[in-house]
Design a protein around this ligand. Structure first.
Ligand code: ADP
Ligand code: MG
Length: 627
């Protein structure tokens, strides 16, 4: 017998004794099992809410009402008009591993419902006071059942139209350790709101209401997908969004991605659904990032709502109890498909749509609205007309070549023709409809090109646009392995520090691949023997230094695709026409034609827009014509 030191509490002694005994294996009581499961499924009010709304959606509800008290900690109430639960099955619904959604392990391979594990309600009932009331469509009356920390009451009659109401009160009342991990009411409510938004985005055909502490916070009536997205993410997103439509069911990607002029500091507006289920998945996140890599550099995050559907047998949703992670049978194929589909939508060339229109419209609306408040009716104005003399102006194409390079021959279109065959020399008005970006009429302060097209006025940021064109051209040439070098008549010697000389040596092969032929000269200098043929007239030493800086920053021995693109982007920025360079109309028109023929030309390499369209209607409104 162990000697008990004086002053020790007998209970303490007992605990010590138990600890000394060899542990015996025993089956845990149901309550503990459920509480362990609850640890995974019900992490906080928002996760409980997610399970309840998913149950309502699985039950085919067309209306779902959510009421929360104190961020959901005090009460979560979810009401739906779904098929309901039969009175005799109410106790089963609250039991662990009881589900109506799958029956065999084969079913597990093809889960089409949001739930299937049969543990959400049981888990919830183990850590909260739950009341489940329901009425099936064919039932004479509703029934209700209370469960409380593992003990279940009796089924009793209740008053309810068809559907189901689940009330969960006092979350974690019997597991104080868990309760302590909850954040403030406001934070918990924020998480709940996120959950409702996600589920509502994927179910626009279901009406949702959300209230908090008795106040209505959101109300989304039945809508189509685009309307629902607009209602939840706001008009700014909807207006910057381009549609994604790729593949054919049962393997398809549908939805909207925001052009890079609409970005976020965080990933809070990235909604990706796999077979209707919101997921956060590394593979998908990577594919999204890769798709945007070309138009969005730096820290900004894209915004998107995408629905990826595929044969349920090709994806495992049973990876995590909260089911927010998935595992694809063929991850590579999925990655490629998603990246390509998003990339294609972002790359839509200029002519396909005028993505910037709505933004300029809103801008003009604001101006017009401001002016309406103060202005008297506008005096008569002559119709917006072509700048005088435009049709007569002609410049030799050679001028364009000196600035933009020889390579407009690469792109299809008229700029490849001899100068005397340029269309604008003849009848710009008659042909205006043939070119989405129209014809240049002027250059503004050496920065913007003004052009006239069928719809009205086009304003182009010439540096940004040219940068994108050069970049795309270099990428195309590079991928064909045809980034030709232009030997210099006299090699240029460049003084470089030790780090840079070493980098130039190490990456010599790569530099040659992109057109730079570099050879060591002496202890402190290298010679540039040839420069990229695509970039005539560049400041080669300055560009080389910048490239070496980029290479140093990445610190790799091999240049990967992403790094290569970044280097090409640096070169493009360097080579693009600078502000204050005055251009002739011929040069400006050639640039417009190049934009039309270039993918992704709506944004510069940094994601900023390259052009805006101002419609005649916009301008008329601005001048209050026709009012
Ligand atoms: P699971 O959803 O994984 O099946 P749950 O514990 O969430 O497990 O729910 C258990 C069962 O209770 C479901 O399979 C379903 O039959 C029934 N149920 C739960 N909520 C509802 C509801 N709102 N409407 C109709 N049936 C429901
Ligand atoms: Mg469920």
């Amino acid at each position: 017998m162990t000697k008990v030191p004086a002053g020790r509490h007998p209970l303490r002694v007992f605990v010590v004794l138990i600890a000394l005994l060899p542990p015996s294996i025993r089956v845990l009581p149901d309550l503990v099992i459920n509480q362990i499961a609850a640890g995974e499924v019900v992490e906080r009010p928002a996760s409980a809410l997610k399970e309840l709304i998913e149950n309502s959606l699985d039950a085919g509800a067309t209306r779902i009402g959510v009421e929360l008290l104190a961020g959901g900690i005090k009460r979560i109430r979810v009401e739906d008009d779904g098929i309901g639960i039969a009175e005799r099955e109410l106790p089963l619904a609250l039991s662990r591993h009881a589900t109506s959604k799958i029956a065999t392990s084969d079913d597990l391979e093809r889960v089409a419902s949001l739930g299937f594990r049969g543990e959400a309600l049981a888990s919830l009932a183990s850590i909260a006071r739950v009341t489940l009331s329901s009425r099936r469509r064919d039932a004479a009356h509703a029934a209700s059942l209370e469960a409380n920390g593992g003990s279940m009451g009796d089924v009793s009659a209740a008053a309810l139209a068809e559907g189901t109401v689940v009330v969960a009160d006092e979350l974690f009342y019997n597991t104080p350790a868990r309760r302590k991990f909850l954040k403030s009411e406001g934070t918990e409510f924020g998480h709940c709101e996120d959950v409702v938004r996600r589920l509502a985005l994927a179910a626009p055909d279901v009406a949702f209401t959300l209230s908090h502490n008795g106040r209505r916070v959101a109300q989304w009536p039945v809508a189509n997908a685009k309307e629902r997205i607009g209602a939840i993410l706001g008009a700014d997103f909807a207006e910057a969004a381009v549609a994604v439509e790729a593949g054919t069911p049962p393997f398809s990607l549908r939805g909207w991605v925001a052009l890079p002029r609409y970005t976020r500091a965080t990933r809070d507006q990235q909604f990706f659904f796999v077979n209707g289920r919101f997921v956060r998945d590394k593979l998908i996140a990577h594919a999204v990032k890769a798709a945007y890599a070309d138009v969005l550099h730096g820290e900004r995050q894209p915004a998107l709502v995408l629905f990826f559907d595929l044969d349920p047998a090709l994806v495992d949703v049973n990876v995590h109890p909260a089911k927010t992670e998935v595992r694809f049978r063929d991850g590579h194929a999925v990655h490629r498909f998603i990246q390509h589909a998003i990339g294609k939508s972002l790359a839509a060339p200029v002519g396909a749509d005028a993505p910037a229109v709505s933004e300029s419209e809103r801008f003009l609306e604001r101006i017009a609205a401001r002016r309406m408040e103060t202005a008297s009716p506008a005096p008569y104005q002559p119709r917006f007309a072509l700048a005088p003399g435009v049709a007569q102006v002609a410049e030799p194409l050679a001028a364009y070549r000196t600035i933009f390079g020889e390579n407009q021959r690469d792109s299809p279109g008229e700029n490849a023709r001899p100068a005397n065959d340029l269309p604008f020399r003849r009848e710009p008005h008659a042909r205006a409809d043939e070119h989405p970006l129209g014809y240049a009429i002027a250059q503004l302060h050496g920065v913007y090109i003004l052009a006239q097209n069928q719809r009205g006025l086009v304003v182009v940021d010439m540096h940004a646009a040219h940068e994108r064109i050069v970049y795309e051209r270099m990428k195309a040439a590079q991928s064909r392995g045809a980034m030709a070098s232009q030997p210099l008549i006299a090699p240029l010697s460049v003084a470089l520090g030790e780090r840079d000389r070493e980098l130039a040596e190490r990456h010599r092969g790569f530099l040659l691949e992109i057109g730079f032929d570099i050879a060591p000269l002496c202890e402190t200098e290298v010679a540039i023997r040839a420069v990229p043929a695509l970039l005539p007239g560049i400041d080669a030493p300055a560009m080389l230094r910048e490239l070496l800086d980029d290479l140093a920053r990445h610190g790799q021995t091999r240049v990967h695709e992403a790094v290569r693109d970044e280097l090409l982007s640096t070169m493009a920025c360097h080579a693009a026409v600078r502000a204050n360079r005055s251009l002739t109309l011929a040069e400006m028109n050639a640039l417009l034609r190049d934009m039309e023929a270039t993918e992704r030309s709506g944004q510069c390499n940094h994601g900023r827009p390259t052009w805006f369209q101002f419609g005649m209607n916009d301008l008329d409104r601005l001048f209050m014509r026709g009012r």
